[in-house]
Design a protein around this ligand. Structure first.
Ligand code: RB5
Length: 149
């Protein structure tokens, strides 16, 4: 699976753990930066990854900022992105089973390395359940599409 990862300075430290976990799982990884703890603007990095996802250049994306909140707001404003800010493996599993999340968000100042690695592993391995959940996602597209008209 092709996975692109992007972070801001608040997510930089956790990105190494995320990348190591993804590579251990056999993912084809693209690291879009940032590459240091120097201050950057998270929308710029979120958008690099979102562009890759929405153009089909990758299958899924992982975004990391300090809390995960800014990255979540940005990603979920982009139609076609289903971003899940996860703090534990239960929400990571459910984000795949019920929401078909194609974007995982982590808070680099919130979630420790061991839990983050578990979250990434569960999120990568869990399939979408489809069925009634697919119908709900279609309904979501229908309703939000009207707002965006
Ligand atoms: C950067 O200081 C911080 O605001 C950012 O990483 C993120 O937490 C925003 O939501």
């Amino acid at each position: 699976m092709k996975v692109a990862v992007a972070c801001d300075h608040g997510g930089f430290a956790l990105k190494r753990v995320v990348n190591d976990t993804l590579e251990a799982l056999g993912a084809e990884l693209t690291d879009l930066g940032t590459d240091s703890t120097s201050s950057v603007d998270y929308p710029d990095y979120a958008h690099k990854a979102v562009n890759m996802l929405l153009t089909g250049a990758c299958d899924r994306i992982v975004l990391i900022c300090g809390t995960g909140i800014g990255m979540s707001i940005h990603a979920n404003r982009c139609r076609g992105v289903r971003a899940a800010l996860c703090h534990d493996s239960y929400t990571a599993r459910m984000s795949r089973l019920h929401n078909d999340a194609n974007c995982l968000i982590l808070g680099g100042r919130v979630t420790g390395p061991g839990i983050a690695s578990d979250i990434v592993e569960v999120w990568m391995k869990t399939p979408f359940e489809a069925g009634r959940h697919a119908a709900r996602l279609s309904r979501m597209e229908e309703l939000t599409g009207k707002i965006n008209e």
